[in-house]
Design a protein around this ligand. Sequence first.
Ligand code: FAD
Length: 499
Amino acid sequence: MHDLSRRELLRATAAVGAGAVVFPGIVTGDAPAFADDDLGPSSGTSGPPAQLTGRIVRPQDPGYQSASLGWDELFVRYPLVIVFAQETQDVVNALTWARQNDVALRVRSGRHSLEGWSNVDNGIVIDVSELKSTQIDAASRVARVGAGLNQLEAVTALGEQDLAVTTGTEGSVGLSGATLGGGLGFLTRYLGMACDSLIGAEIVVASGADGAKAIEVDLRHHSDLLWALRGAGNGNFGIVTSLTYRVTPLRSVAYLQATWQGLDDLHGIFDIWQRTAPFADNRLGTQLEIHKSQILLFAVLADGAEAEAKELLEHILSVGSPEVTVQTGGWGDIYNGFQIPTTNEPANWKFFSQFTSEPFPEEAINLIRRFMENAPSDDSNFFTQAFGTGAQASEPPGGTAFPHRDALFYSEPGVGWGTRGEPDSGDALTPVAQAWIAEFSQALRPYVNGAYVNVPNIGMAEWETAYWGSNFERLRRIKGKYDPHNVFQYEQSIPPSSC
Ligand SMILES: Cc1cc2nc3c(=O)[nH]c(=O)nc-3n(C[C@H](O)[C@H](O)[C@H](O)COP(=O)(O)OP(=O)(O)OC[C@H]3O[C@@H](n4cnc5c(N)ncnc54)[C@H](O)[C@@H]3O)c2cc1C
């Protein structure tokens, strides 16, 4: 047999696509038919054969490549079929089909998975990104939105009614993916984690031997599953099709950016920041970004004015001579204003997540400086987000699977490289970038504890407790109840308690 490389092999199977059955380890172009309309169930199934519905993209269709590609181009996969659901029933059908035909599946919304886990070679991608409904009840402060909104769409829709929930900072990230893993951003200290405001969801779960069904979860119905979705819901229990949030009035914010040139002030800035920002007024959310030759401070003061923001940050702003700008306005407008178009970003990315409960000593700050000075690309940074005494320190009613309530701050080294749309452009830098992240995060180990499932640490020992602490055992039991056959599985998914 012609010796194909792994990538060629995958291309070959993707090209035959829905016309071939692909068994693990066996690839054949003239295997038993597996085409559009005769995707009959394997023997022993209990329901009628499911048909795929929705907007369906297969390898032979134009647009397959862009329909498949995720935000992080380091990961290229060749799924057998991608279903863009238009309604919940499309998701039910897709999950039933996948189970009846024993096809690997992945769930996808905003495509920002940082390990490429929302896509799969030779499997089905169930994509909810076209579920874009928004129902906002300003009077009762409840918003129910389709699972396909990205963060920018959610912030904008809520902002038009002077309402908000916590989201991450990058608008193109899926609201689903961010919320289901926790969701941290500028409003974390004011409103808690995104998942803390999640009060309900519609989710399609596996049912029976090879079926699927949609269920509603909230504090009174399947409250154990709501708890699990609040911080551990990424592709573990089912496919979330809508999210219901408790939302909070937010009329305006002050948005401050300070820039220091060079890294000479790093120690002073970092030390004052970590000793003040986590304990500031809860309306103040701050992020520090340390680059190769610049330090940036970003701050959002909810319902605050310029003078107040500067006053709250006066100690840190008194270090060196930063250039400071402040804007005030509606949260939706400010959020829109600081977005960076994806096309301007590098193609490939690698991050390593970590939480910290004690201030970094001088040697930790020195090693951040050393690593940043030797960063492999200009698009590398060390990012931090203040937690401390903010609203995220306590759990909402019903609790959450997200555990990191006593964190002082969250941080991550990150590196971006390569050119978007030019698949091999970053290849030479890939091993350098990966080694830098590995060495940087390893060097910081004495000063950190815990990791963030939304920024997964591949290869990390005991990732289960790093992400979820002592909640992991309860998560396994809930998994055993809602997904006993482990239909939803990937590299770091939660195994059912029976496994
Ligand atoms: C540029 C960038 C900036 C980021 N900034 C922040 C930030 O400021 N704050 C923060 O908290 N995080 C941040 N993150 C991390 C981000 O929260 C995660 O990458 C998130 O999981 C992405 O969600 P997604 O829907 O875009 O991605 P996807 O790749 O679609 O999905 C990510 C994971 O969630 C699962 N999933 C997606 N939708 C559903 C669904 N409807 N039901 C069940 N499972 C689902 C997928 O199976 C996959 O495991 C950032 C990531 C990137 C790439």
